[in-house]
Design a protein. Structure first.
Length: 77
């Protein structure tokens, strides 16, 4: 069927999107990024937003990668 994507192709596209996000944001880390910490011990709001954006991007990329592999595996059968 021309113009119709199967599960393997969709999985491959999700894998590519996931890798691009992981390349941009890095792997999710298990600790809080405290770069820019002030003397009071709290992170500035801007840094908290940046850390949250990085965390969301990293977990989204990882999720897309796993989902892509699952779809490729399902498409093989």
């Amino acid at each position: 069927m021309v113009g119709c994507l199967n599960l393997t192709q969709i999985g491959l596209l999700l894998d590519i999107a996931g890798v691009i996000l992981l390349f941009q944001f890095g792997l999710p880390s298990g600790y809080d990024l405290s770069m820019g910490k002030s003397m009071s011990g709290e992170l500035p709001k801007e840094q908290k937003r940046k850390n949250r954006r990085i965390q969301i991007g990293a977990y989204t990329g990882l999720s897309l990668l796993v989902l892509g592999f699952v779809l490729q595996f399902a498409g093989a059968f």
